[in-house]
Design a protein around this ligand. Structure first.
Ligand SMILES: C[C@H](O)[C@H](O)[C@@H](O)C(=O)CO
Ligand SMILES: [Mn+2]
Length: 413
């Protein structure tokens, strides 16, 4: 179907496709660096990954250096319509030096900032509280040993400072997201003390005020990970309370709740208590497995909530999946485009009509409309978006992805 016919079909429902396309073009997605190399990073380290975040698979082509990762990212961004962001972890530093986590500085990330400026990308950042000998107990900011806590507090402070400098250098606020793997494999007898210690460590890290135009602090909860099945110190309740009291962003990772929970349903509640939200859009398969996101109900509902509750301007959309059984560049492209497709579908819904039916308690009309509009030609509008942004679709996209994968598959670890 032509775009003009699709436009007319949506207009019949009172929906303007041009408005939707303009809005979609303004939504940046923060693409996570760690899909490109299976969360390995570029430092020499001795610790285990911790908290259940290991990637599985050995598909050829893993980026082994910052240059390879940047080349892969450039290819992926070229296959994704619009201008986006890169979410960098502290263990992805680019330097000949070998600083420990409590020694990192902005200069160790300067090549990333120069590259981001050249590419027109914003940067987001994350301190790395895992994959280090001092995290091998699965305790970092809540460790009972003050010396271990101090080490990680210093890492947190430095990461925050680096993030603020990234935001200042690029003229777009850098979201600095804190996730720690802290927890217990078996049932602890004291859950209160570690949570008090985590709170105190976070307070120490966030002591210095920063301009929100440069730095936005976020905290990320989790239900459990492999090795911390009995108790995660930074639980949802812990961080929800912390974010409300301290005025930070709350990060909702779709893999960090019980599989039967609807994370989209949380947005409107959380939005009543915190100013801004960070999303880690992911696909948990029975647990926090971080599968590449599909255009499935969970993602569609997330996008619907963002649009229907008018939360796009105060939600930072980040991705968090890593699959090493498929082409890593294709994983980025497929997942990011699926997030955009979900947003486009949400932007193309007749919200006024749906909300007015609901307010009249006319649930029959609400159901009829939600089901009828599923037949509308979304594909033609998406194709038009990609066309205007000069980005491939369909078989051409497939051959581009294959061509790039063939180019990198000779990399040996
Ligand atoms: C690598 C990320 O920081 C990590 O995936 C974190 O965001 C998380 O979700 C841990 O389960
Ligand atoms: Mn996450």
């Amino acid at each position: 179907m032509s775009y003009e016919s699709a436009k007319a079909a949506f207009a019949d429902w009172g929906v303007d496709t041009e408005t939707a396309l303009r809005r979609l073009a303004e939504i940046p997605i923060s693409m996570h660096c760690w899909q490109g190399d299976d969360v390995v990073g570029f430092e020499s380290k001795t610790g285990s990954s911790g908290g259940g975040i290991q990637a599985t698979g050995n598909h050829p082509g893993r980026a082994r250096t910052p240059d390879e990762l940047r080349a892969d990212l450039e290819f992926a961004y070229a296959m994704i319509p619009g201008k986006h962001r890169l979410n960098l972890h502290a263990c992805y530093l680019d330097t000949d030096q070998n600083p420990d986590r409590d020694e990192i500085e902005f200069s160790h990330f300067a090549p990333w900032v120069d590259w981001a400026r050249d590419q027109g990308l914003g940067l987001d950042f994350n301190p790395t509280f895992f994959a280090h000998a001092k995290a091998d107990d699965n305790l970092t900011l809540s460790h009972p040993d003050q010396a271990i806590r101090d080490f990680w507090i210093e890492h947190g402070k430095r990461s925050r400072d680096i993030a603020a400098q990234m935001g200042a250098a690029l003229g777009t606020a850098c979201v600095n997201n804190i996730w720690v793997p802290d927890g217990y494999k078996d049932t602890p007898v004291d859950r209160f003390a570690p949570r008090q210690r985590l709170e105190q460590s976070l307070n120490a890290i966030m002591q210095t005020p920063h301009d929100k135009a440069q730095l936005l602090d976020a905290v990320e909860s989790k239900l459990f990970g492999i090795g911390v099945e009995a108790c995660t110190v930074g639980s949802h309740e812990f961080y929800m309370g912390y974010a409300i009291r301290k005025g930070t962003l709350l990060c909702l990772d779709m893999g960090h709740f019980h599989p039967t929970e609807n994370v989209a349903d949380k947005l409107s509640s959380v939005a009543l208590s915190v100013d801004e939200i960070l999303l880690h859009v992911s696909r948990p398969m029975r647990w926090d497995s971080d599968h590449v996101i599909l255009l499935d109900d969970s993602i569609l509902q997330m996008a619907q909530e963002l649009v229907s509750a008018d939360l796009l301007d105060r939600t930072h959309i980040g991705l968090d999946f890593f699959d090493a059984t498929i082409s890593r560049t294709a994983a980025w492209v497929i997942g990011t485009r699926n997030m955009q497709k979900a947003l486009l579908r949400a932007l193309l819904a007749p919200w006024d009509r749906l909300k007015s039916a609901e307010d009249r308690l006319d649930y029959t009309t609400r159901l009829m409309v939600t089901e009828e509009i599923k037949d509308l030609p979304f594909g033609a509008v998406w194709a038009e978006f990609c066309n205007r942004m000069d980005v491939a679709t369909g078989p051409v996209l497939l051959s581009e992805l294959d061509r790039y994968q063939a180019k990198v598959s000779g990399r040996t670890s």
